[in-house]
Design a protein around this ligand. Structure first.
Ligand SMILES: Nc1ncnc2c1ncn2[C@@H]1O[C@H](COP(=O)(O)OP(=O)(O)OP(=O)(O)O)[C@@H](O)[C@H]1O
Ligand SMILES: [Mg+2]
Length: 379
């Protein structure tokens, strides 16, 4: 069992700051994902926790004990690496047994423990085989088995499913989640796949160029992204961003795009409050809306509906993605496959007034999100 903590940790390679002033607190028993694009500092973060890198600044704690000067072997944390390395000349049994042999456990105890782990991972029928005779998914299980058999205080896994095909990844996602619940131990799981993070994690940390963007539940990461980067990393296709002018009229605060607008009534509206946080109202903001929060109609459904021309129709089986021209912007919308829309057709769309986000035009920070209780009506 382990509570893992990083306090203001910075790791440099020469002049490059791979991890910048990172503070994270990973709870005991938590399935914690670190999500970010290549080069974000994900692997470096794991290596700092396990002790393969030492921070230039800050402190790493395991169960409140400062461990910057504790060797990896004494930290008792198992890591499954990005490019998993099995011993090619050893059988599956011996690959899993390796950490136990190093501890000089008696043979019958090793046999019992390896068999237990192999059963849990459904690889008990292939214990005599060499890694070359296994599929990618089976090899992955062996690597995980070798980590589990040690009964460490916590597990770190670096993109363990990256080399598997889509179907196998999906199966392994479900199994890993089950396994983690069964073991009840802290797991830090690195991925650049948003689906893996959203579907498995208790909480997700999003890294970009070594800087932490947000730590939150999958639900909040998706519905209340801290900034434009987070809103783009999670969700497929990503959120649309449309520039809007900010103005005031008769007690209303208006957000106006070339083709549509929204307004908030009253001096006390939280949108007004959040936009004027730094004194003056900004001249422009970005309106964020997810493709699935846009409804598409082939005839004008209401006075507030907006017209646009469809440029691309992309059928994906379970849904269809549309690229629609709206003034000088391009908007992506998702519709059910049963709705038939063709390219070059003019369609009408309505934004869900309870799913609108308002972001700072320069920094990309999210300033406000509408909700069911407080929708932003169209002008
Ligand atoms: N040993 C090293 N020496 C020099 N630079 C390094 C070293 N290790 C990592 N870096 C750099 O630090 C940054 C973060 O690397 P890191 O491996 O942590 O990224 P990552 O998020 O794991 O990326 P990926 O998704 O590609 O695995 C990158 O710019 C990388 O080039
Ligand atoms: Mg990496």
């Amino acid at each position: 069992m382990a509570h893992l903590q990083l306090e203001h940790v910075t790791k440099r390679f020469g002049r490059l700051e791979a991890v910048k002033d990172l503070t994270l607190s990973i709870q005991d028993g938590e399935f914690f994902c670190i999500l970010g694009p290549p080069g974000a500092g994900k692997t470096t973060t794991l290596r700092l926790i396990v002790g393969l890198e030492k921070p230039e600044e800050g402190q790493v704690y395991i169960d409140s004990e400062p461990v910057n000067d504790v060797y990896p072997g004494r930290r008792d944390i198992a890591m499954v690496f990005q490019n998993l390395a099995l011993y090619p000349n050893k059988t599956v049994f011996e690959n899993i047994a390796y950490p136990l042999r190093e501890r000089k456990l008696p043979n019958d105890e090793i046999t019992r423990q390896v068999n237990d782990v192999a059963k849990t991972l459904h690889i008990d029928r292939m214990l005599d085989r060499k890694p070359a005779k296994l599929s990618g998914g089976e090899r992955q299980r062996v690597a995980i088995g070798r980590a589990i058999v040690r009964h460490p205080r916590a597990y770190l896994m670096d993109e363990p499913l990256a080399n598997l095909d889509a179907k196998l990844r999906q199966e392994m996602r479900v199994e890993l989640k089950r396994l983690q619940k069964e073991l009840g131990q802290t797991l830090v799981y690195v991925t650049h796949d948003q689906i893996e993070a959203l579907s498995m994690a208790d909480r997700i940390a999003i890294l970009h160029k070594g800087v932490l963007q947000q730590v939150d539940t999958p639900d909040n990461i998706y519905h209340l992204p801290a900034n434009r980067f987070v809103a783009t990393v999670v969700g497929s296709p990503p959120m649309n961003f449309l520039p809007c002018r900010v103005s005031q009229q008769n007690g209303y605060l208006n957000l106006s795009h070339q083709k549509f607008g929204f307004r908030a009534a009253g001096e006390q509206h939280p949108l007004r409050h959040n936009l004027s946080r730094h004194g003056l109202l900004p001249e422009t903001v970005l309106l964020g809306i997810r493709p699935e929060d846009i409804a598409i109609f082939d005839q004008k459904p209401s006075d507030s509906a907006v017209a646009g021309q469809v440029l691309v129709v992309e059928p994906l089986g379970s849904e269809t993605i549309l690229d629609i021209e709206l003034g000088s912007d391009l908007v992506k919308a998702v519709i059910p496959p049963t709705q038939k829309i063709s390219e070059e057709q003019v369609v009408w769309f309505e934004f869900n007034p309870a799913k609108l986000h308002v972001l700072d035009n320069k920094s990309g920070t999210r300033l406000y999100s509408s909700s069911k209780e407080q929708p932003l009506p169209a002008i």
